[in-house]
Write a protein that binds this ligand. Sequence first.
Ligand code: CP3
Length: 349
Amino acid sequence: MSSKTQKSQEKTMLRTLKGEVLKTPPLWLMRQAGRYLPEYKATRAEAGSFLELCDRPDLATEVTLQPIRRYGFDAAILFADILLIPRALGQKLWFETGEGPRLEPITEGAALAALNVDQVHKGLEPVYETVDLLSAALPPETTFIGFAGAPWTVATYMIAGRGTPDQAPAKKLAWEDPVLMGQLMEMLVEATSAYLLKQVETGAEVIQIFDTWAGGLPESLFDELVIKPTTQIVKNLKAVYPDLPVIGFPRGVGALAETYMKQTGVDAIGLDSGQSLTFAKEKLQPLGAVQGNLDPLLLIAGGEAMDREVDRIKQVLSHGPHIFNLGHGIRPETDPANVERLVKRVRDA
Ligand code: CP3
């Protein structure tokens, strides 16, 4: 074992992902680099736009490091976006100010045929450079998380051309044209596996797969669009890196989280704020580490209400491997002082 590997084995996040139960859980927050931080807003302004920021390895590295400097989180997550994959495949992507992502929607075979999976690395080169810079710049105790969107969640944006409240365009396509949907899933599994393998090769130590829209699918679609593609990606990653820890975040799936853990081969699962902690303790922690699940709105409210919930989450999950996190990303209106209070509470109380 090289000394580099040996040192990384001691990181709290990696120990927890291997099943160790620590007195103080490792801590990081989804969207920890973002608009709630004044220093993020300054760097984003310097970049000019969010996508420019993703494409500038020096600035993407800087914003990844900002929350680590400020709060000393146990893990840093690569600054990028799940929609860089469709863009690298050839789908036009832009962000409407104050609204969110826009893509030219894929509704038929011709649009899918225009995408090119062989080109995917080329469009993602800035991300690989960011990973490379970060693996040299991060403090030795900080675990470096790479990520991608799960095929289903990425497909919901590719098909609708934007975020949707109920993912109806993608679900409708899945029922009406399962062959086209299957081809899109296959393309995304291939591109995402290649993307994540390259992130690990360049320095990421853990991978998180974000499946934001996994909840509410009928069981047959859940199996086809969430379980199958995710299982294949995990298999592709572990074929090259058998010991690579993978965290799945199938948001809003309730009791299907147990099926997800058993079938996909992930080492850990992210719990959204609506997930039952008793269920997590009894059914999920025996299968691996759990990560979550403080309500991001409570991080806006702050105060003693937040302290009490932090204590409850820690207490209920204290008998198995647990990574402290939110149930979804930090919101832009969050006061950075509340994040400071959260960090103290998780570590000191
Ligand atoms: O967690 C992190 O700090 C790492 C970086 C990261 C971002 N997006 C940066 C970002 C990660 C892991 C993501 C994942 C992502 N992106 C998801 C899955 C997780 C989730 O939040 O549900 C999804 C669905 C996306 C797609 C996306 N990107 C949307 C819908 C939006 C617009 C909404 C918003 O918050 O503005 C984005 C933009 C985005 N991605 C921002 C950041 C920091 C805000 C952009 C800005 O600075 O204006």
